[in-house]
Design a protein around this ligand. Sequence first.
Ligand code: B12
Length: 138
Amino acid sequence: MEKIRVLIAKLGLDGHDRGAKIIARFLRDAGFEVIYTGLHRTPQEVARAVIDEDVDVLGISILSGAHIPLVPRVLDFITQYGGDPNEIVVVVGGTIPTEDIPKLKACGVDAVFIPGTPISEIIKFIKQKVAEKRRDNL
Ligand code: B12
């Protein structure tokens, strides 16, 4: 099977990059191809990277509390730039209050992983969901 390509994006102005770097490393060790955007990315920059890098998975790490305004904007920009956010797996991780999880899912996020989530659970979810999307996109 073709390697799974993942973009790990640090969206927003905060400097909480430990989670993003840990996830990037574990996914790499699990055999994924991982691109990390680095800190302080705008929704436009993340959307552009999704298109340019042709990834299977967009993983957004956000601990600033700004997920509700920022995450939907990324998905909107992907559409504006000619992509289709439904064709990729979109996961969000970080300090997301549980009441916000349905709101993110309603705008197209496939899963939200809060602090303390075992990495094995994240890897399993991504592998299953990418397999599903690849089947759907055939
Ligand atoms: C460490 C820490 C810092 C460090 C950051 C160091 C670094 N380089 O990352 C320092 C000391 C710099 C810091 C500063 C600040 N912090 Co701080 N910080 C934390 C703390 C205690 C832990 C975060 C952490 O590293 N956890 C360990 C990593 C491994 O876990 P994680 O990132 O959560 O990742 C896991 C999951 O969330 C998920 N995940 C995360 N990202 C992704 C991405 C993908 C794709 C996937 C699939 C999964 C995933 O998987 C990981 C494994 O389970 C949190 C509190 C908390 N309980 O989370 C506050 C916290 C994030 N900080 C907070 C704040 C307010 C600040 C400051 C503004 C404080 C201040 N007044 O100065 C500053 C901001 C500075 C800045 N420039 O951004 C708040 C944010 C509030 C909010 N969300 O509304 C928090 C929640 C504390 C709180 N309860 O108030 N902080």
